[in-house]
Ligand binder design. Structure first.
Ligand code: AMP
Ligand code: MG
Length: 352
């Protein structure tokens, strides 16, 4: 990018928020600048959602395709009424149950929401984040804040401020370091304009969670079938995502078969001149003694895996690994979202 910005990097203790920094960050938002802040999902790059020029800066900093719409973040439930045409009863119930939290809802937009945000769609994506720093910033700026993940488009989303520094230093006005994000995957995107609420992107609020409140919801067929012919309803889902520099192979099957095949492939790729690395779990580390391995977490506590996944992909790059051999996880609960990201990161999927 030409005109390099002098990015200010500041730390905030999430348990003892320094409101002077929040005020400074809100002033930047109100002047049409960009501020990176932590949320409970991943770090977001924020700008005034109702200011076209400010929103443009997000697309430029990330190198994000213009046809990929942004999520608008709010801090209070009433703000939704100024942004959308109507709030169906089901959306209100979900907001009361899951906001603040990792649920984004798609609703019909009012004219006040710029086309730039929605990529020309007549709907807008809305979320109320749970992270106190994020909420304080939205409240202080008194603006809805557009905030996609704070990574270069296509790279793994940032779960630490150091990831943001890697991708966006010199491209944004401020980065707030609030420590590591705890879910580690982007929010669930739920379309409330289809006849049955439809999950366009799986995330921290699961299908089971939504069904416990609404009775029924469905997945966009494009995220269950991997055929290229089905066009996803969420524009962002059609792009290759979450890619480290290394190639990624995903192994699906029983744990024993996965471990056996990964061990064979590790030797094979090494002899071909690659530097392989294994993305394992607490339960499978024992199969890979002496090999380059990062454990994603505990299969019985999938949140440990979601929170470490993107960091693991970036860490392999830092270690000079050129071929990542990744184990699949069970597709239940948040496992659905973990597998969705791994599939998108993968160059090849091997069923064993
Ligand atoms: P990110 O902001 O990087 O977490 O990505 C936001 C996701 O929400 C992308 O996959 C977008 O395509 C999706 N999204 C945002 N707005 C809409 C919308 N109005 N309709 C469908 N998907 C949307
Ligand atoms: Mg993103």
């Amino acid at each position: 990018m030409k005109n390099k910005i002098n990015t200010k990097l500041v730390k905030i203790d999430p348990k003892n928020i320094d409101y002077k920094v929040i005020k400074e960050a809100a002033d930047i938002i109100n002047r049409g600048g960009t501020v990176v802040f932590p949320t409970e999902t991943v770090y977001g790059i924020g700008a005034d959602a109702l200011n076209d020029e400010a929103v443009d800066k997000i697309f430029k900093a990330k190198g994000r395709p213009q046809d990929n719409p942004l999520i608008v973040h709010i801090a209070q439930l009433d703000e939704i009424y100024s942004l959308v045409k109507e709030v169906p009863e089901e959306a209100r119930i979900l907001a009361e149950k899951f906001w603040p939290g990792p649920l984004t809802m798609i609703l019909y937009k009012k004219d006040i929401v710029p086309d730039k945000i929605t990529a020309g769609l007549n709907t807008v994506a809305l979320r109320m984040p749970e992270n106190e720093i994020a909420l304080a910033l939205i409240k202080e700026s008194k603006k809805p804040i557009a905030a996609p993940s704070a990574n270069t488009s296509g790279r793994p989303s940032p779960t630490l401020a150091s990831h943001v520094v890697e991708d966006l230093m010199g491209k944004v006005d401020m980065v707030i370091d609030g420590g590591s994000t705890y879910i580690g995957l982007e929010s669930t995107v739920l379309d409330m304009t289809s006849s049955l609420p439809m999950i366009l992107r799986p995330g921290g609020v699961t299908k089971e969670d939504i069904e416990s409140v609404l009775g029924e919801c469905c997945y966009d067929p494009a995220i269950i079938k991997s055929e290229d012919k089905i066009i996803p309803k969420s524009p962002g889902q059609k792009y290759k995502h979450y890619s480290p520099k290394a190639k990624v192979i995903l192994y699906k099957g029983s744990i024993e078969n996965i471990a056996k095949t990964i061990n064979e492939d590790y030797s094979k790729y090494k002899s071909l001149g690659f530097r392989p690395g294994i993305m394992s779990t607490v339960q499978t580390e024992k199969f890979y003694i002496g090999k380059t391995t990062i454990s994603m977490g505990d299969r019985t506590k999938p949140l440990t895996i979601s929170s470490n996944l993107f960091r693991g992909l970036r860490d392999f790059d830092h270690m000079g690994v050129t071929m990542i051999l990744a184990e699949a996880v069970d597709e239940k609960g948040i496992g659905k979202a973990i597998l969705n990201r791994l599939k998108k990161a993968a160059d090849k999927i091997v069923e064993v």
